[in-house]
Design a protein around this ligand. Structure first.
Ligand code: ADE
Length: 248
């Protein structure tokens, strides 16, 4: 997969993509992430990228020309795919989640536009962006952090990025439920013991315990997800039968 990111602040991306799993995915040629400085397509000798809003009001608005021309130039670069989604990061977009991450991971190419200042000329939404994504109901200073979150969540879905395919499948949200609690050595720390079942070696019992924990946890922490989860009648009863008063 190739991901192109249009931004006024390309340096912001160096830290997050230079570490850990994303770095390994880049080094293994599973993904290439190319940042482009929108200023390179700025207008005139001052490389202008923003302007005053028509109709007045506070703040500046990102201009159409640099963004259209940047996207058109990038699309003609190597590995181009004219069907690549052009995604505008904006608090007005559809709210990002694990399903959207999985859906985007199927494309060979993504083009991300990071908005800034007070806003972006509406013609970019109408005639250039094919999708608008928000990472949550709060306003960031720009789309860069949102783009990093999106890239991280998408890249985890690419085959070969995680150690074993299983680790993505069992993730919180992939199953529609939150993940079960995990423990590692030592079996007792300051008197807090690891649940006996996990030390039993009985794989069927462990699987049952984990499923139950996922269900109970989701019920307590995220009733909205619990409502939508694909559970058997018996599993739904589990919650009713347990006098659950705490998270774990
Ligand atoms: N730009 C500013 N706030 C944002 C958000 N919540 N999601 C995506 N892009 C943004």
């Amino acid at each position: 997969m190739r991901i192109d990111i249009l931004t006024l602040f390309p340096n912001m991306f160096t830290g997050p993509f230079d570490e850990s799993i994303i770095k390994r995915a880049i080094d293994n040629n599973i993904v290439s992430i190319v940042t482009h400085n929108l200023r390179d397509w700025g207008l005139g000798k001052h490389k202008m990228v923003d302007d005053y809003p028509f109709g007045g009001g506070a703040g500046m608005v990102m201009k159409t020309e640099p963004i259209f021309e940047a996207v058109e130039a990038i699309k003609t670069q190597e590995g181009s795919d004219s069907s690549a989604p052009v995604i505008l990061l904006t608090p007005q977009g559809r709210v990002f989640n694990q399903n959207i991450a999985a859906e985007l991971a199927k494309f060979d190419r993504l083009i991300l536009i990071c908005g800034h200042y007070e806003g972006i000329d509406e013609r970019i939404r109408e005639h250039l962006a094919t999708d608008e994504i928000s990472i949550g109901d709060y306003v960031l200073t720009g789309g860069e952090l949102a783009a990093m979150v999106l890239v991280d969540a998408v890249v985890r879905h690419l085959p070969g990025v995680l150690g074993s395919e299983e680790s993505a499948e069992e993730d919180s949200h992939t199953t529609g439920l939150l993940e079960y609690p995990q423990y590692t050595r030592p079996p007792a720390y300051r008197g807090w013991e690891v649940p006996q079942v996990l030390l039993s070696g009985n794989h069927a019992q462990i699987a049952r315990w984990r499923r139950e924990q996922s269900i109970l946890r989701t019920f307590l922490r995220r009733p909205d997800l619990f409502e939508k989860a694909n559970l058997s009648a018996e599993e739904r009863k589990l919650v009713a039968n347990k006098a659950v008063t705490r998270f774990d």
